[in-house]
Design a protein around this ligand. Structure first.
Ligand code: FAD
Length: 441
């Protein structure tokens, strides 16, 4: 399984590099315009590569399951963010180098009317790229609501790309050759097709495969479980630990779906799925108001966070609502009669806020499951673990072949960072632990 994933990673990485570099090399094929100085050619190469990278960002966020599976969706989103910074640096470096070498290409004309139209598109493209990066990096500080940000993010990306391509065509030089110009126009059409795939074709597919809310269940810890039943179709199968995108109000064409792990058993019948959602913001605060019978749309399953090798001890480490994928794993293993050893370290604030507490205790009779509750605000007389889950706590509760267990971590970012550090200290190899981060953005 791991070598298959490695092979898929290599193949997809090679395809990604091909899409970035091939258009650049294609410019050097066929008839070439007379060479200019090194600084100019270098800056132009940066501009072309930056634009190709920006266009392919639509592919990274297009939710192609086969592409994202070997890494996991969260890794792809983090890569998307990093690559954006690189792409934007290349695009911005392009005019900066021309200014630095005092190229006549960036000499200011006497009047605005003399500015060539290709240059206007360059301003438009670079301007929107800069706004795009600022709003992505500092969305929370700028207090931009998520949905508004998401919509403007797509809009700005489109303006940046169209502006960039029109600038290249307007400027001519390498793209005076009709073949090369066609190549870049086709590439742009391909990038837009990627966007249409996720924003138009996928929603059409979801529209034809709706779900109905069968039950809305209040859970401990200001949390609600939605039980969903496919309406007129068989639904999909998921692996325990995976997640889906949920659209409740409005159509599946609505720009922002919300990601939630499946909390139910993957063995549930008739395509039934459950998501367990904690009240943490605008959307999640309204979930408890949803009524049975409501039509919803689900896009999934996604993610690589799922149970591992059957002979390994599975150490499940959950913080707060990070219990949901673990619950799906535990329920699934119980339904399958799987007796692999499981240790759940479950951190929460108070005893009363621990979602699924009673069911977890009951499941111990059906599984080889040990549970260690860790409270940050324990009740009086509490004799269990308190504070943060750390290396010392692992040493107290796990058998010492630490590097041989498989670890699954899901919880708030600071907790996940601390646990990954603790596992590093315990010499657990990176490939033995799996993380699901609830913060794509
Ligand atoms: C893979 C994954 C699985 C998740 N599973 C669960 C789960 O099982 N149960 C649960 O309660 N929560 C889960 N979450 C978190 C959940 O998606 C967010 O809490 C929820 O989307 C917040 O929406 P809001 O409008 O209520 O909050 P807001 O106050 O609007 O946003 C709070 C923060 O949540 C993030 N967020 C908001 N909307 C989205 C969105 N559409 N897509 C991505 N991030 C968003 C943003 O960082 C935002 O700053 C999961 C997140 C991810 C990435």
């Amino acid at each position: 399984m791991q070598s298959r994933d490695l092979a898929r990673k290599i193949i997809w990485s090679a395809i990604y590099l091909l899409f970035i570099l091939a258009p650049l090399f294609a410019l050097l094929a066929g008839t070439l315009p007379p060479a200019r100085n090194f600084g100019t050619e270098f800056s132009v190469a940066l501009g072309y590569s930056g634009l190709a990278m920006m266009g392919l960002q639509f592919g990274l966020t297009a939710r192609f399951r086969h592409v994202t599976e070997p890494w996991g969706e969260d890794v792809i989103y983090h890569f998307h963010r990093r690559v954006s910074l690189l792409a934007v640096s290349l695009v911005v470096a392009h005019p900066l180098i021309l200014f630095a070498i005092r190229s006549d290409k960036v000499a200011m004309p006497d009047s605005l009317r003399e500015v060539p139209w290709g240059a206007w598109f360059a301003f438009l493209s670079i301007g929107s790229v800069i706004v795009l990066v600022i709003t992505a990096l500092w969305r929370k500080q700028l207090k931009i609501p998520y949905e508004l940000w998401h919509l403007s993010h797509i809009g700005l990306a489109l303006v940046a790309i169209f502006g960039g391509v029109l600038h290249m065509i307007g400027w001519g030089f390498y793209l005076t050759d009709p073949l090369k110009r066609t190549l870049w126009i086709c590439m742009t059409a391909f990038w837009i097709a990627l966007l249409l795939y996720v924003r138009l074709f996928k929603p059409i597919f979801m529209l034809r495969r709706p779900y109905r809310i069968a039950e809305v269940r209040a859970e401990r810890g200001d949390t609600t479980t939605l039980v969903m039943q496919p309406d007129g179709h068989a639904g999909f199968r998921f692996k325990p630990g995976q997640f889906g995108w949920l659209n409740v109000w409005g159509s599946p064409f609505r720009i922002t779906g919300h990601p939630f792990s499946f909390s139910s058993s993957a063995e549930a019948e008739n395509g039934r799925v459950e998501m367990t959602i904690r009240n943490l913001g605008d959307f999640t605060s309204k979930v408890k108001l949803i009524e049975a019978g409501q039509r919803v749309y689900l896009d999934g399953p996604y993610g690589a966070f799922t149970i591992g090798h059957p002979t390994d001890m599975h150490v499940l480490i959950a913080g707060g609502i990070g219990i949901t994928p673990m619950m799906s794993m535990i329920r699934t293993l119980a339904d399958r009669g799987d007796q692999r050893p499981l240790v759940l370290l479950y951190g929460g604030k108070t005893w009363d806020s621990l979602t699924f507490r009673e069911e977890l205790d009951a499941l111990k009779t059906r599984l080889d499951l040990r549970i260690i509750y860790v409270l940050s605000a324990p009740p009086e007389g509490w004799s269990g673990e308190t504070g943060r889950i750390d290396a010392a706590m692992f040493r107290r509760h796990l058998p010492p072949a630490f590097a041989e267990h498989e670890y699954f971590i899901c919880g708030p970012d600071p907790m996940m960072d601390a646990i990954e550090t603790a596992l590093g200290e315990m010499k657990v190899p990176r490939m033995r632990y799996h993380s699901e981060r609830y913060s794509f953005v």
